[in-house]
Ligand binder design. Structure first.
Ligand code: HEC
Length: 118
C-alpha cells in the first residue's frame, strides 16, 4: 500500500485537473452552427454556404476526412475561438470568443468533426 499511495495521489490529481468528461451537446452545437456558421461553411460542412462565394478563401471542406485528420481538436478550437487571422488562416473567419463559452466551442468542434463520415 505504501508504494501505491503516490500513484493514487497522482491519479487523483489528474482526475481533478480534467474534471468530469464533457459530453458534447450536439443539439446545441447544431443550433449554433446552423445560426452562425452555415452561411459560410454550408449545412453539410462542405464550405459551400451562400456567403462562401464572396470570400477570397473558401472555407475548408469539413467532410474531407483525410484533410481534417491533419487538424487537431486544439487547432479547430483555437480557430473558432480566436479567429482565422490569429491562426494563419483567412481573416474572414472571425473570432467567436465573445459569443461563445469555451464549452460551446468544444461542442462546435465535435459538431464540425461529425461532418466527416467514415
Ligand atoms: C464569414 C464566413 C464564415 C463564418 C460565418 C464562419 N466561418 Fe469558419 N471559416 C471561414 C473561413 C474563410 C475559414 C478559413 C479557411 C482557410 O483559411 O483555409 C474558416 C475556418 C474555420 C475553421 C478551421 C478549419 C481548419 O481546417 O482549421 C473552423 C473549425 C471553423 N471555421 C468553424 C466555424 C464555426 C464553428 C463557425 C460558426 C460559429 C464559423 N466557422 C463561422 C469562414 C467563416
Amino acid at each position: 500500500m505504501k508504494r501505491l499511495t503516490p500513484i493514487l495521489m497522482a491519479a487523483l490529481v489528474v482526475a481533478c485537473a480534467t474534471g468530469t468528461p464533457h459530453a458534447a451537446d450536439m443539439a446545441a452545437a447544431k443550433q449554433n452552427y446552423d445560426t452562425f456558421c452555415v452561411k459560410c461553411h454550408g449545412t453539410n460542412g462542405k464550405g459551400d454556404g451562400p456567403a462562401a462565394a464572396t470570400l477570397s478563401t473558401r472555407p475548408r471542406d469539413f467532410t474531407d476526412c483525410a484533410r481534417m485528420s491533419k487538424e487537431s481538436n486544439d487547432q479547430l478550437f483555437n480557430v473558432i475561438k480566436n479567429g482565422g487571422a490569429a491562426n494563419g488562416m483567412s481573416a474572414d473567419m472571425q473570432a467567436w470568443s465573445t459569443g461563445f463559452e469555451d464549452s460551446e466551442i468544444t461542442d462546435l468542434v465535435a459538431y464540425v468533426r461529425s461532418f466527416c463520415k467514415k
